[in-house]
Design a protein around this ligand. Structure first.
Ligand SMILES: Nc1ncnc2c1ncn2[C@@H]1O[C@H](COP(=O)(O)OP(=O)(O)O)[C@@H](O)[C@H]1O
Ligand SMILES: [Mg+2]
Length: 90
C-alpha cells in the first residue's frame, strides 16, 4: 500500500453552538487523491464538521470553533487567511 500524504489535517477541533458542544476534540487526517466518507446518525455533527473545514460555520453568529484545520500545512483559521481563497481550495 502506498502511504499518501495528508492533504487536510484536523487537530483538536471543537465546535460549539452557544454552550452546546456539537464537536469535541476531533482529530483526523484526509489524504490527497482518495475518497473519504463521513458517516454518522442524524445530529452526529457531519455537517458541522464539513462546514468547519471551509470556515462556513462562522456564518452563524453563535458559533465558536477551537483547534486547527491544516490545509497543505497552513491553518485555515489563521487571522490573515483569505477565507474566499481557502473555501475555493477546500
Ligand atoms: N446553527 C446551529 N445552531 C445550533 N445548533 C446547531 C446548529 N447546527 C447544528 N446544530 C446542532 O449540532 C448538532 C450537530 O448537527 P449537524 O452538524 O447538523 O449534524 P448532522 O449533519 O450529522 O446531522 C445537532 O445537535 C444540531 O442540532
Ligand atoms: Mg447534516
Amino acid at each position: 500500500m502506498v502511504v499518501q500524504e495528508a492533504k487536510l489535517v484536523v487537530r483538536n477541533l471543537s465546535v460549539y453552538y452557544g454552550d452546546f458542544p456539537a464537536l469535541s476534540s476531533i482529530d483526523l487526517s484526509i489524504p490527497f487523491g482518495a475518497a473519504t466518507a463521513v458517516i454518522g446518525g442524524s445530529g452526529a455533527g457531519k455537517s458541522s464538521l464539513l462546514r468547519s473545514l471551509c470556515r462556513m460555520n462562522e456564518l452563524w453568529d453563535n458559533v465558536r470553533t477551537e483547534g486547527q484545520v491544516l490545509l497543505d500545512g497552513q491553518d485555515i483559521y489563521d487571522p490573515d487567511v483569505d477565507v474566499t481563497e481557502v473555501r475555493r481550495r477546500v
